[in-house]
Design a protein. Structure first.
Lengths: 401, 401
């Protein structure tokens, strides 16, 4: 033992404040975590669990990105970067917007962040005051709601349905807009539904939000992972939107924790100031790695993966329908199918538990994503191999028949 | 261009909300950033600037850590880890506490975070309600104040002086404690002063805070970088404290963005829930790299660096005194000397500007760290080579004479 140890008498802790801040209670838990814990126990006991609950593809990080990281780390100089990120990377992302979406974005408006999580921290951190609300679809990704709670705001979740691709419409936005509203968040392709917002619907939602004096937040983290038409960016309609994106999903860099935020020009100063204070900067080696994300070699590899995911989607979609699940709209992106299991259950959480328990297949219950029809809903992720999907379908068939 | 471009008419933006959230104004800027911008302009024009404003040592990341990262990244499997971090890493940190401080910490209480920044986000995020205050020393590291502002709280900064190592005392804590107080933050070794809190002073500050029903937050990110006696951890006095630490400074991993937070047992659930929502997890490759931070080989290398920093400290301390700066207490840790330049200026910000302009030496003005005697103060970082320090001293001598 290197240091002296003190024999200080223990003082009374009775008065100790162990009451968490209010925001901790406002933040919803992930119910799927309970399932995951159980799945791990089963795996330790030797059972082979098929994981269809995980929002992380099974592909490794593309080779060119790996090599760029190795090259940088070998120098030993993994030092802080500017708070907003490596200028070269911000330029490359701007180039990507030009090439893929035909929009010109000043690299100054692009901030590199620790994942899309960091981008949401910044986006809501600079724009939300306590009491403010952000409109979101129900169902939606729970963390997006929770980022609003983090800053004392909250999500106003509006039920969405298959007719509108499970996405908000300009009409809904206008109808529900109120004094506390700061803005609207749309995610396309969406988690959990895998649906894309229609191009005109997005254009109109952006226009409605801005006419109401609000901020349009566009979650584009599944862009690139689309299996029919490509996703359009909110930046194609307005330079006043906030766009969250990430290298995690399409670029295969989940564990690298790197994403980005595009802000309108007047917000650049606020975003940089906050980034400096709450991150210092994003991981340097992840940034150097991401410099190779836009290489033709990488993009070619990602295109092959996209095609593989498309095949998995087609297979799982057909099989779930065959088994009696209802999927009112064929998902066109991300790697999720949000299925209505009302033919089998009116308690999809219990269904998920039983499915795990009896057949060792893990899926995510609807209640993780909202309340609207959540009791019938299950999210199936096709982030695992075709062989695993086929085995999961066999088990599922046995389970429901 | 891959996607269709829309010729949507631009809609009126007159109503657009561009008013940042209140917390953005509550967060103070870094004045040194203006100096840094100027320094970069000078460097682009060919001048050789000596940087003594940077809180990042010039050493590369130790070899064993680099190699562990390379080995992990080569697998291509840089996937999400559990939100609280790799279990093996949490265990290793617990082992480090046992070996170096003689305290037993349940690894469940240790959360891996994206740098100390992430640890502060979690610590204040789970404990601070809007309107709450945290007591801190003036001077202190500005981000620590700003983390409180982020959540609608604020720092109650109390002037500290050389007699108490520029650190808060139990007497001050008792005297200034009020209804809005949630806790007390002490950083030792401190930034900007480089001073350590006396062991008994720390014990008493912890006891006073807990008797008052508050939370004691201990910022220990410069632990290991001490040049006389070693720093003690607040965990040696209580298992109810929050401890923030990092692999950045002592372990030479600044750009890797990895740190940790130790919370009391009753707070584990809240901390995990928040981590899951706002980070997902810390960079995986940084975590695998950090597994090698506690290897004997790494620790031996770090000990050599510590000795080098001690020599730099001794040199710079003597030279600044010789030139007429006042340093009432010899700094014992971190890599900063906080000098009183009142023999030369009553406006240390202007002094820093002139020093940069005339002699191309960059230092940080006192006003970045508070208001108490800040107009005389300058922070010199010895994060650069002895040769650079000697050149800086020559320039400084010319400047003040």
């Amino acid at each position: 033992m290197r240091f002296a140890n003190f024999s200080l008498d223990k003082h009374p802790l009775a008065l100790m404040n162990v009451k968490p801040a209010d925001r901790v209670n406002a933040i919803t838990p992930f119910y799927v975590m309970e399932l995951l814990r159980q799945a791990r126990i089963m795996e330790t006991a030797g059972r082979r669990v098929i994981h269809m609950e995980i929002g992380e593809p099974d592909f490794p990080t593309p080779k060119a990105i790996i090599n760029a990281a190795l090259k940088h780390i070998e120098t030993g100089q993994v030092k802080y970067t500017p708070a907003a990120g490596l200028p070269e990377l911000r330029q490359k992302i701007a180039g990507f917007y030009r090439q893929r979406y035909g929009v010109d974005i000043d690299p100054r408006r692009i901030l590199i962040t620790p994942g899309a999580s960091g981008a949401f921290l910044l986006a809501f951190g600079i724009s939300l005051n306590p009491g403010d609300t952000i409109m979101m679809a129900d169902p939606c990704y729970p963390c997006n709601r929770n980022f609003a709670s983090l800053f004392g705001g909250h999500a106003m979740t509006l039920p969405v349905s298959a007719e509108n691709q499970y996405q908000l419409t300009a009409g809904q936005i206008r109808l529900h807009w109120g004094e506390t509203c700061t803005g609207v968040l749309v995610a396309s392709p969406a988690n959990p539904t895998g649906t894309l917002i229609a191009d005109e619907q997005l254009a109109q939602a952006v226009a409605a939000t801005e006419e109401l004096g609000g901020i349009f937040f566009s979650d584009e983290i599944y862009h690139g992972l689309t299996y029919g038409r490509p996703a359009v960016s909110a930046l194609q309609f307005s330079d006043q939107v906030f766009v969250v994106n990430s290298f995690s999903k399409y670029f295969g860099m989940t564990g690298w924790r790197i994403g980005w935020l595009v802000v309108p020009e007047p917000w650049v100063g606020a975003a940089e100031k906050l980034a400096q204070n709450i991150f210092i900067a994003t991981s340097t080696h992840s940034q150097f790695a991401a410099l190779s994300a836009f290489e033709p070699e990488t993009l070619a590899e990602l295109e092959l993966r996209r095609k593989q995911l498309a095949r998995r989607r087609d297979y799982l979609y057909q099989q779930l329908l065959r088994l009696g699940f209802k999927i009112p709209i064929k998902p066109e992106g991300a790697f999720y199918i949000y299925a209505d299991g009302s033919n089998f259950t009116h308690d999809s959480f219990q269904f998920a538990w039983d499915l795990l328990d009896k057949e060792a297949v893990a899926v995510t219950p609807g209640k993780d994503f909202g309340v609207h029809d959540a009791q019938y809903a299950l999210r199936f992720a096709y982030t695992t191999s075709m062989a695993n999907l086929a085995e999961a379908v066999r088990r599922l068939e046995r389970f429901v028949s």
